[in-house]
Unconditional design. Sequence first.
Length: 115
Amino acid sequence: QLQLVESGGGLVQPGGSLRLSCAGSVITLDDYTIGWFRQAPGKEREGVSRITSDGSTYYADSVKGRFTISRDNRKKAVALQMNTLKPEDTAVYYCNARISIVSYWGQGTQVTVSS
């Protein structure tokens, strides 16, 4: 059973940056498609970014050019670098790992963008 732990959330002012990390309990996450999702109060969970096992990346239009997803193989983790944050980025951010038909979720980390 893969366990995922997100970290790096917090309170930041508009225009600031945060770096989220999704760490796995296995030797490597390389075989998994890792996705970042977020859910704001009163809204449905939405996909933000993902990276596949072959390194292909995807970004939602709302974060394109501001967020970058990458693998940190030494730490068995996937990072989401978030720059130029906006108040509308405020949400709980979740990490998802998917391989074949199996999917795992982390517990989430709160990101709040406010002055």
